[in-house]
Design a protein around this ligand. Structure first.
Ligand code: AMP
Length: 277
């Protein structure tokens, strides 16, 4: 892959990268379609990164479907398929024996998912830095679905001085509003139906904001009630209102406020977010 990247750079090709963990859905494919518009060559990476999973998390059972992923990528690339590359490294190549160098984005990694999953963003930032080094992209595309990740990696891109155009693309949703996620594969029909609780809560928050309510406490209370009504067994990890750029929490909705929440639905931790102000 390093040799290919060097050749592409030498030939003056503009390269876009779309890092993923595979088990691709339409949300991923939308990022790939965006990449096609941005660059001559699109590198989709598939790597279920052990460094971003804690020992008790779902690394072993995370869905893997390489064959179908490649078919989906080929379709998404359309006429550009001859210039598409799928890079699927092995864990032992990414983390050779004795590996000990990590990338930490200090402040932005502390809150929200970072607080709930210690070490998670260290794993994410490290692997994405390695993918940037190997693939030498001109453009990188990440999804707003993983809002904190997008902000953390944007900071890393700036701090380490990667000459990369950084794009955050909107979240694709199922018909009922559930954010598309590889983890949705875990659900049976009824559980899947109840998983929409995150979206309903976000919708209720947004309609409160539209009716003029800006108090975060009030909105959070209503959101909790909506989650419980939709999925009585759900466990809410957090509901947070933060500034889009700094991730600082706010007490009242203002311009640039994002509401994000993390909820465990039938043993599966889901996240979602929506712009409020
Ligand atoms: P993952 O495979 O979950 O690591 O996700 C790979 C990339 O796809 C990340 O940049 C995600 O933010 C993005 N992504 C995941 N789900 C969606 C979605 N529903 N809509 C848009 N992008 C998404």
């Amino acid at each position: 892959m390093q040799a290919v990247s060097r050749q592409l750079a030498a030939r003056g090709k503009k390269v876009a990268i779309v890092p993923t963990m595979g088990a691709l859905h339409e949300g991923h494919l939308a990022l790939i379609r965006r990449a096609v518009k941005e660059a001559d060559v699109v590198i989709t990476t598939i790597f279920v990164n052990p460094a971003q999973f804690a020992p008790h998390e779902d690394l072993a059972k995370y869905p893997r479907d390489k064959r179908n992923d490649i078919l989906k990528i080929t379709t998404a690339l359309g006429r550009k398929r001859s210039t598409g590359i799928v890079f699927i490294p092995q864990a032992k190549e990414v983390y050779p024996e004795g590996f000990q160098t990590w990338v930490n984005v200090d402040e932005l990694s502390k809150s929200l998912e970072g607080a709930r999953r210690p070490g998670h963003f260290r794993g994410v930032a490290t692997v994405v830095a390695k993918l940037f080094n190997i693939c030498r992209p001109d453009v990188a595309i990440f999804g707003m679905k993983d809002y904190q990740q997008a902000v953390v990696l944007r900071q890393m891109t700036r701090d380490l001085g990667y000459p990369i155009k950084y794009i955050i693309a909107p979240t694709l949703r199922e018909r009922d509003g559930l954010a598309m996620s590889s983890r949705n594969w875990y659900f049976n029909e009824r559980q899947r139906w109840e998983a929409v609780c995150l979206y309903y809560a976000l919708q209720s928050a947004r309609s409160m904001v539209r009716s003029g309510i800006v108090d975060v406490k009030k909105i959070t209370k209503e959101m909790r009630a909506v989650v419980r009504a939709t999925c009585p067994t759900a466990e809410i990890h957090y509901i947070a209102f933060t500034d889009f750029d700094t991730l600082e929490s706010v007490n009242a909705i203002r311009r640039n406020t994002i509401c994000s929440l993390s909820v465990k639905v039938y043993g599966v931790s889901l996240i979602d977010n929506m712009k409020m102000g």
